[in-house]
Design a protein around this ligand. Structure first.
Ligand SMILES: Nc1ncnc2c1ncn2[C@@H]1O[C@H](COP(=O)(O)OP(=O)(O)OP(=O)(O)O)[C@@H](O)[C@H]1O
Ligand SMILES: [Mg+2]
Length: 201
């Protein structure tokens, strides 16, 4: 099967300092890759390159033109400065340029709020949430997107056991629908959900 995303000999340096070397991988529809490794080993850097945020300093990343990628970054602190509510933040996941949200979009947002137990928090501002509630909101925004590839950087690091299990169910459903996943994780049980594990560092 052809790959939705591939990386060939990818390297990356921050101002001359190498953090990734010779990463080669391919990700088929419906498959999941877990990226593990200690703090500072380059997981977030690799995920950003795969999602198209930045370009490798060596090698290349290939995505077919028009491939829809949903990225959940690890660090999202700045958005707390915006007066966004939970529901608004999740709705952003369904925005398309020059198109109004449709009924199907609103239904998808409501379903996602329910699935991640955010319905009661829908009108709260992001800065008024606990760490886990905030992570669930950002995950909801990432997972409500109709993407072919989901790139999730430590998506469940702040979640309790029940929430984590609900997220894993959602990931399995997206995969069953043919989406590809890349997930950075420090959790061995979570990495074991993947078809393949890439350990950096
Ligand atoms: N903007 C930056 N400028 C310079 N160096 C950076 C920058 N961002 C990250 N680094 C460095 O690049 C290396 C890889 O960072 P990265 O965030 O990819 O690691 P990580 O594996 O995701 O770590 P963690 O488990 O802590 O999330 C680290 O040594 C880090 O200090
Ligand atoms: Mg990281």
């Amino acid at each position: 099967m052809s790959n939705v995303i591939s990386a060939e000999g990818v390297g990356f340096r921050y101002g001359g300092v190498p953090v990734l070397r010779e990463v080669t991988l391919g990700l088929a529809a419906g498959s999941m890759l877990a990226v593990t490794g200690p703090n500072g080993s380059g997981k977030s850097t690799l995920l950003h390159l795969l999602a198209g945020v930045g370009t490798p300093t060596e090698g290349r990343v290939h995505r077919d033109r028009g491939t829809r990628v949903s990225l959940l970054p690890q660090r999202t602190g700045d958005i707390d400065a915006l007066p966004l509510t939970v529901a608004e933040c999740v709705r952003i996941g369904r925005f398309r340029p020059l198109r109004r949200l449709r009924r199907a979009d609103r239904l998808a947002v409501d379903a996602m709020l329910d699935r991640l137990e955010l319905a009661d928090l829908a009108d709260r501002r992001l800065r008024e949430l606990s760490g886990g509630q905030r992570q669930r909101t950002l995950l909801a925004q990432a997972l409500v997107q109709d993407a072919e590839v989901y790139v999730l950087d430590e998506p469940t690091a702040a979640l309790d056991t029940g929430s984590r299990a609900r997220v894993h169910e959602l990931l399995a459903e997206r995969r069953a629908d043919g989406a590809a996943m890349v997930l950075a994780s420090h959790d061995a049980d979570e990495s074991a959900l993947a078809d393949e594990v890439l350990t950096l560092g």
